[in-house]
Write a protein that binds this ligand. Structure first.
Ligand SMILES: Nc1nc2c(ncn2[C@@H]2O[C@H](COP(=O)(O)OP(=O)(O)OP(=O)(O)O)[C@@H](O)[C@H]2O)c(=O)[nH]1
Ligand SMILES: [Mg+2]
Length: 348
């Protein structure tokens, strides 16, 4: 073999070596960085999912965070009580006796900013047990009571005890409107996974675009139970609003290559509500029955038919307050994306 022949072999070896390095750099990149963006309108359940990631994949909540959530939960409880008492007046639901009327007036008239929940334990405990109050809670969907309300009312004795420390389940039911952008980074099956939570109300949506760069997949969260809810500020049906926001993302030029995972969330509420209110209230053309499966499939198809393009939508029905459910759904949803990612990079 001549001199030029051996030089060619060296060159080939060098090129192969270089290719291997490129592949391993790529592999490193694909194995180590995956960014998921939680998007969706307000109250769809994004932050609840985000908190589940803390519980399942990170270290859960510290004592100081639990102290913060204790205050949130007490504030939520006071606000939900206020909502119910005002709704009773609005709907003409009468108080069961003089005591409950007096307690209600006392609660509604006071300046809550400086009051502790403990100052009202006797009054609230009494009110919560009255049939009028309970009947009004049942009508919660008619006046957007808040999806965590039932859980907090039922946990009242525990919450009102002086040494109350919120459990993970309590924290999952706490409601705080998200302002700004929060990131959580955790290990997932050998990958470094970055999850971004954003606010879903109108003014917060303007900030979404700043998070699009390097996104692997969008997790679009909508509450499937939105189908019967009207946004008080816009008077728009909340599922219609979700569909419009989803369409604007599916056609966004910065997200054309990104995979989309759709979480149709709040299935627990949907299962109860669909027996009481048909899907026709949201989609007049819907002529199917009131079965959970048929109605849920109809809604998922509405989303899947939006912005048809190469990258498909992976749809999952979820209950974000249920840790076992989210553990399982998240695992399935993310596995598909990670495999797609590796296949696209030529590793599968
Ligand atoms: N019952 C039930 N409640 C849920 C579920 N998911 C979320 N919630 C409750 O719904 C409320 C709102 O949930 P969030 O996760 O704060 O909603 P969000 O999408 O982050 O809302 P923004 O921050 O305003 O965009 C909270 O009280 C949650 O506990 C669910 O699947 N079932
Ligand atoms: Mg939020």
């Amino acid at each position: 073999m001549g001199c030029s022949g051996s030089r060619n072999i060296v060159l080939q070896v060098q090129q192969e070596h270089s290719r291997k390095i490129d592949r391993s750099i790529l592999a490193g990149r694909y194995l180590k960085e995956v960014k998921f963006l939680l998007l969706g309108v307000s109250e769809s359940g994004k932050t609840t999912l985000f908190r589940q990631m803390r519980i399942i994949h990170a270290n859960g909540f510290s004592m100081s965070e639990r102290q913060y959530y204790k205050n949130v939960i007490i504030e939520n409880l006071m606000q939900y009580t206020d909502n119910v008492l005002r709704a009773m007046l609005l709907f003409g639901i009468s108080f069961d006796d003089e005591t409950s009327e007096t307690y209600s007036n006392l609660f509604l008239m006071r300046d809550r900013r400086n009051q502790e929940l403990l100052d009202f334990v006797v009054e609230l405990k009494y009110l919560y047990c009255t049939p009028g109050f309970q009947a009004c809670v049942q009508r919660g969907p008619d006046f957007c009571l808040g999806d965590g309300a039932n859980y907090l009312f039922q946990s009242f004795d525990r919450i009102a005890s002086p040494d109350f420390t919120p459990t993970d389940q309590d924290i999952l039911h706490a409601s705080v409107v998200t302002i700004g952008v929060t990131e959580l980074i955790f290990d997932f099956k050998g990958h470094k996974l970055s999850m971004i939570d954003v606010g879903g109300n109108r003014s917060e949506r303007m900030k979404w675009i700043h998070c699009f760069e390097n996104t692997t997949a969008v997790i679009f969260v909508t509450a499937i139970s939105f189908y019967y809810q009207i946004d008080m500020s816009t008077q728009q049906n909340k599922l219609h609003e979700s569909l419009l926001v989803f369409e604007s993302l599916r056609t966004n030029k910065f997200l054309l290559k990104q995979a989309f995972i759709l979480f149709l969330n709040k299935m627990d509420i949907f299962k109860v509500m669909i027996k009481r209110k048909s899907l026709e209230c949201c989609f007049p053309n819907y002529k199917g029955g009131n079965s959970v499966a048929e109605s849920a499939q109809y809604i998922s198809r509405m989303f899947e038919n939006i912005g048809q393009r190469k990258s498909g939508i992976f749809c999952h029905f979820t209950t974000a307050t249920d840790t076992a459910n989210i553990d399982c759904m998240f695992d399935a949803a993310i596995d598909v994306i990670l495999e797609k990612n590796l296949a696209a990079a030529g590793f599968l």
